[in-house]
Design a binder for this molecule. Structure first.
Ligand SMILES: *[C@@H]1O[C@H](CO)[C@@H](O)[C@H](O)[C@H]1NC(C)=O
Length: 307
């Protein structure tokens, strides 16, 4: 009976009781959030406005920016609000909506990145068939499937999580992530954790393997190219994406694969912050600094504005 009362509101402990840090953190995260929104909207606009970028690779990129905008808006505004007001309450429903959206966005990103690496694989390893194999329709299907399966995959977790009875309502985290919530579960948290790990692996393993396989073939193909110029050209078309993939898996693994002992708990929060706050701003930076076509497009746009 008493347990049920906790299924009303949660308390997000956030970054702890270091009050003195709250204002500097607020300012820092606010600037990063503004940068994330501006950078990603900029990529979306560039892809929408520039005819030269109306090809699959940039439709994928536009969708990725759209995803990053949504996923950082799922976490940051709430966190900034809590930092500035000192309020820690989050309603049960809001918490589960945030949890569901977060998980779904991670899965969509996983699928989208694997579709993008398949696109790069076709472009580099099957250049003669690229145009027929990656046509507008295939591209649209891959993107639509990524979004739909990302959200579907997390429905099961949502159903399980919403059935749990909690013995505590203090979430030791700055947003409603799965494992901090599970710590509050009244029953066997260990079995539940294992179950959820297995469940999420079922959905994220295939796209991860696809990404890894695509890049293995791409690297082999690039190494076999006879000319250095050809090598460099091929590498430049996939290096930005490879960097984005590495950052995505690198930060995710640092959060979920690092053993969850009390000592490392603070570290996990830091990795979580890197993943949720910093990575969404990196895509637009990586693509605008490294990708020649994005740079050319920007130049055309500036030229157009001046004329
Ligand atoms: C996302 O992908 C679809 C399907 O190819 C495309 O029509 C749309 O323009 C893309 N969205 C953005 C923001 O680039």
């Amino acid at each position: 009976m008493i347990n049920q009362t906790f299924n009303v509101d949660f308390i997000l402990l956030g970054f702890g009781n270091y009050q003195i840090l709250h204002i500097p953190l607020y300012l820092l995260f606010f600037l990063i959030y503004m940068g994330t929104i501006a950078g990603n909207l900029f990529i979306i606009l560039l892809v929408a406005l520039d005819q030269h970028l109306h090809i699959p690779m940039y439709f994928f990129l536009g969708n990725l920016s759209c995803l990053e905008t949504c996923s950082s808006s799922n976490i940051l505004p709430r966190m900034l609000f809590n930092l500035v007001t000192g309020s820690k309450m989050i309603s049960y429903t809001t918490c589960f909506v945030q949890h569901y959206l977060f998980g779904s966005f991670v899965s969509v990103e996983c699928y989208l990145l694997s579709a993008m690496s398949y696109d790069r694989y076709l472009a580099i390893c099957k250049p003669l068939h690229y145009v027929t194999m990656m046509n507008g329709r295939t591209c649209f299907t891959l993107i639509a499937c990524s979004w739909i399966s990302g959200f579907l995959a997390n429905t099961i977790t949502l159903i399980i999580m919403s059935k749990l009875v909690f013995c505590n309502n203090r979430i030791d985290h700055f947003f409603c992530d799965t494992f901090p919530i599970i710590e509050l579960f009244c029953g066997d948290t260990h079995a539940l954790k294992v179950f959820l790990y297995v469940l999420s692996s079922i959905f994220t393993f295939p796209p991860s393997v696809l990404t890894l396989t695509s890049y293995t073939f791409i690297i082999i193909a690039i190494m076999r190219m006879p000319s250095t110029v050809g090598k460099q050209k091929a590498f430049s078309t996939c290096s930005s994406h490879l960097l984005v993939v590495t950052i995505f898996y690198g930060t995710l693994m640092s959060i979920y694969v690092v053993p969850n002992t009390n000592k490392l708990y603070g570290l996990r929060k830091v990795f979580s912050a890197i993943y949720t706050i910093i990575t969404p701003i990196l895509n637009p930076i990586i693509y605008s600094l490294r990708n020649r076509e994005v740079k050319d497009s920007l130049r055309r746009l500036l030229h157009f504005v001046q004329v």
